[in-house]
Design a protein around this ligand. Structure first.
Ligand code: NAG
Length: 214
């Protein structure tokens, strides 16, 4: 009897996938530096543990396909945008930067609830301590409805006018739903354990993840 309603619920979820539009992510078909023969045509899919970080595309840094697509001054306000179809249930996202080629990612802003959204520029401040040079920008998303998943898209960006300290004082990127024991709670926006000092709280009722969350 509830087959139809189950189907109606699942249909939109199947198309709820999103991907990073700006800055153009590494190996994305819409990134002008992408080698068309090896582009990732399932960019909006969730990552597996083996695809952390960046769906594996961080390895393109330092190659022609991994050329920086934007220059951001340390201390400036920047934004990312997303593309995809309707966002059923939304979730929580983080904007992070890696200064070491993808070994560590430091959170520059957490969006607790209300992310993703289509046609919105999600603003964040590039910390003035960020070092000059090519860095990885990461957008990570934990969906509210549907399977427990983690999405991660990365772009090569250039930080200019940087500081000397770097970002090591900022929290590490949140990881969950990768089979290592930390899971987000279905039907809720995840409350990041360490969202950083610059979190945007759209959903004050966000729920902490469960299990072994580093
Ligand atoms: C987002 O960043 C882009 C690139 O720097 C800029 O052109 C655009 O005006 C920004 N959008 C908003 C709403 O701040």
């Amino acid at each position: 009897m509830h087959t139809l309603s189950t189907l109606l619920l699942l249909l939109p979820l199947a198309s709820a996938h999103m991907d990073l539009k700006y800055p153009a992510p590494l190996n994305h078909p819409n990134n002008p530096n992408t080698n068309p023969g090896t582009a990732d045509f399932s960019y909006n899919s969730p990552i597996s543990a083996a695809q952390f970080p960046c769906k594996g595309h961080h390895k393109l840094l330092g190659t022609p396909a991994g050329k920086s697509v934007a220059t951001w001054a340390a201390g400036s306000t920047q934004n990312f945008t997303l593309s995809g179809t309707a966002v059923h249930g939304g979730g929580s996202c983080q904007a992070s930067i890696s200064e070491d080629g993808g070994k560590t990612f430091r959170v520059v802003r957490s969006y607790v609830g209300g992310c993703p959204a289509v046609g919105k520029a999600f603003e964040f401040v590039v910390p003035k301590e960020a070092k000059s040079g090519v860095a990885l920008f990461a957008w990570t998303w934990f969906n509210n409805l549907g399977n427990r998943e983690m999405y991660m898209n990365c772009a090569a960006v250039t930080i200019s006018d940087g500081g000397s300290k770097g970002l090591s004082d900022l929290p590490e990127i949140f990881q969950a739903n990768l089979g290592s024991g930390c899971e987000t709670v279905p039907g809720s926006d995840v409350l990041f354990p360490t969202p950083g000092n610059d979190a945007v709280i759209v959903n004050p009722a966000a729920t902490a993840p469960v299990g072994a969350c580093g």
